[in-house]
Design a protein around this ligand. Sequence first.
Ligand code: NCD
Length: 304
Amino acid sequence: MQHLIDIMDLSLAEIDELIEKAKDIIANPEKYQEKCRYKKLATLFFEPSTRTRLSFEAAMMELGGNVLGFSDAGSSSAKKGESVADTVAVVGGYADIIAMRHPKEGAPVVAAMHTDVPIINAGDGGHNHPTQTLTDLLTIKMEMGRLDNLTIGLCGDLKFGRTVHSLVAAMSRYTGIKFVLISPEELKLPSYVKESYIKKNNIPYEQTTSLEDVMDKIDILYMTRVQRERFFNEEDYLRLKDSYILDTKKMEKAKDDMIGMHPLPRVNEISVEVDSDKRASYFRQAKYGKYIRMALILKLLEVE
Ligand code: NCD
C-alpha cells in the first residue's frame, strides 16, 4: 500500500500493526528518534487545521525528519489558480511523503494520480478522514482495551462530519458492534455510508434525535461539531448548531466505563465542566493522534 486515501485501504491486520507500532512508540520513543533522518514530510493544507497538521509535523519531527508545507490555500499557488494535480506533481519533487487536506471530496485521489510519493488524505471535504480514524481506533484500544463488542453512539453532524464517515466504515469490520446514530433530521448519516457499511454488514443500529434517551446504553460517545463551513446557509447552521450539548447532567446517565470522544475542535457541544470527568478522553485522543501518525509515516515510507 502506498497511499492512504480511505480507511478501507488498510486491512484489519495492517490497522492492528499500526496500533501495535504506536504503542511501541509510546513506550520507547528513543528507539524512533532517528528513523526518518533526511526524510521530508510536506503538509499541504488547503483548509484550516490545528491537530491534524501539527500532529503530522510533530510526528515527523519526533522521527528525526523535516517538514515543509503550507497551512492556508491563500498562501499557496492555489490562489493563482494552480490545480491540485500540478501542486502535487511539484511538491512530490521536494518531499518524500505528503499529507494533504482539501475542501473538495476526492482531491487526494487526484493527488495520488500525479505523484509517486505517498499521499495521505488528511481530510477531504465532507467525505473521509482516515488518519483521524486511526487516532480514534488507537484511543478506543488504549481506553477500552478492545475494538469489538462495543455500542458506539455518534452524535451531532453525521451528514457532513467526515470523521464519522471514516469511523463508521472502520468499526463496521469488527464483531459485536452496534451503532446509535444521534442527530437532527437534517444532519442524518448519509445513506451511502449507511448502506455501504452498516446495512451491508447487517450491523444493528438505531437512529434517534435524543441523546438523553440513549446515554445509558453507549460504550463510546463520539461527539461532533456542526460543520458550519459545509452549510449552504447560515440560518440553518444557527438553528442546528446547539442541537446537542453534553454536560455533567447527561454524563450522570452514562455507564461508568463509557468514554467520551471528540475529534475536536469543540464549539459548544461538550460543556467544559465535562473535561474533568475521567471518562472524557478527547484530549488524550488528540495526543494519540501524533503516535499513530508516526506509525503511519514509518509504514508508508517503508522504514522498519
Ligand atoms: C475534524 C475535521 O477536520 O474533520 N477535525 C480534526 O481533524 N481533528 C473535525 C472537525 O473539524 O469538526
